[in-house]
Design a protein around this ligand. Sequence first.
Ligand code: HEC
Length: 109
Amino acid sequence: MKLSSAIKLAIVSLSLSGIASTSAIASEDGKKLYSEKLCMTCHGDEGKKPILSSYPKLNGQNKDYLVAQIKMIKDGTRTGGGTAAMKAMTATLTDDEIEAISTYLSEVE
Ligand code: HEC
């Protein structure tokens, strides 16, 4: 009985901290992450100037689309094209970071 309440409490506090960290990561953090994670080395400043014409521009794209593409490249659902170059970059991204970067990119005019 005591143990199961302790477990419930742990689950509640874990999910609360999850909520807190999600809301703490906003688009300003996305901007920082975009450079910290070296995204600009291929997609250019603010996602506007990819280094190759076969690489996508990212600015102003729909946020949900960006989130979905990054996750699919990360988990291997999306393959082919230039995804091999991109996949390594996604390995260290958490879901929160993907959300934050995508929010930032979607808001860049
Ligand atoms: C080594 C070069 C490289 C780096 C660094 C890189 N990408 Fe990419 N990225 C690509 C390429 C190439 C594609 C196109 C994949 C394809 O052809 O399907 C791509 C595709 C994408 C897409 C899908 C765009 C679309 O229109 O479907 C998103 C979103 C994206 N990258 C975000 C990022 C983010 C965020 C980072 C930093 C964490 C990053 N990329 C770092 C090369 C890179």
